[in-house]
Design a protein around this ligand. Structure first.
Ligand SMILES: [Zn+2]
Length: 286
């Protein structure tokens, strides 16, 4: 669905392995091979005139997915314009990380970010992200990441990227450099241990930060620090900018909460209404 997101494409092989392993465990409730899986994705848009996939692999044309089933969520995802070739943005060379509410780009993309990780981790999210090819960046608190590593690894396997959101989720603004560095570097160290890759992006808890935060984030390996332009909660998008429509480069914030499936769908619809395509933040901040 997002052909420009090569990071997802290149991760297909481990995903297939994961899915096959899951299928083996769950007694094959869906097609056992990757091609069959891909056809399910192609068939997700319920357009009557769309070319039919291989009949043997498709459900009855009259069958409608149950409300809020995985198939229903996938069927509600709009069809996006192809993602543009990402043009990475310039980064400061001042010894401090960049700070952005909205990524400075004119490209017709917006970014989905999911924060925290300790409160709820709806299991359907993994398959939804995979089947609808949703690019997501996860700003995780390191203790939640450590306690629920398998869950976040599965989202990584379907293209999600783990980034840094401190250890304790305390506000950093006004705190000493040492305190902030401990929160940011401590979480980065742990996330690197857990996922094998050091985070390159940072989001301060509550968005609260100061110039010390940007210096400490830089010193802990972050290239950019992100606020957001929209929040999404229980399926509702709340615009925090005057335009009241998603703009190129916008960053949508949601959380690992029980309604995350609804939040992802609402974000996708809002991005689509704006004529944009979801893209992966890490392809623009390198
Ligand atoms: Zn948070």
């Amino acid at each position: 669905m997002f052909p420009g997101v090569s990071a997802i494409t290149t991760r297909r092989i481990p995903v297939v392995v994961t899915l096959l392993a899951l299928l083996a465990l769950t007694a094959c409730t869906v097609g056992p091979s990757h091609p069959a899986h891909a056809r399910q994705i192609t068939a997700a848009q319920p357009t009557p005139s769309a070319p039919a996939p291989t009949p043997s692999a498709s459900p009855s044309p009259t069958a409608k997915p149950a409300f809020k089933s995985l198939a229903w969520y996938v069927s509600q995802v709009p069809t996006f314009p192809e993602a543009p070739q990402p043009q990475p943005v310039a980064l400061p060379t001042t010894g401090s990380a960049a700070f952005w509410h909205r990524l400075p780009t004119d490209q017709k993309v917006a970014f989905i970010t999911i924060d925290d990780g300790g409160l709820a981790r709806p299991p359907g999210v993994i398959d939804f992200i995979w089947e609808a090819r949703i690019p997501v960046t996860m700003f995780l608190n390191s203790p939640a990441a450590a306690e629920h590593t398998d869950y976040f690894r599965q989202i990584e396997a379907v293209g999600g990227v783990v980034e840094n959101h401190t250890i304790t989720h305390n506000s950093l603004a006004g705190r000493s450099y040492d305190y902030q560095k401990q929160e940011i570097c401590g979480a980065a160290d742990r996330l690197e241990e857990l996922f094998g890759k050091r985070p390159t992006l940072f989001r301060p808890p509550f968005g609260e930060h100061d110039s010390t935060t940007l210096k400490a984030a830089h010193d802990c390996g972050a290239k950019a620090v992100f606020h957001w332009t929209e929040t999404v909660h229980e399926g509702k998008v709340r615009y925090q900018t005057p335009e009241k429509v998603v703009q190129p480069g916008d960053v949508l914030l949601m959380h690992f909460r029980p309604a995350l499936m609804d939040d992802l769908l609402a974000a996708l619809k809002a991005i689509h209404r704006a004529g944009l395509t979801p893209a992966l933040l890490e392809q623009y901040v390198r």
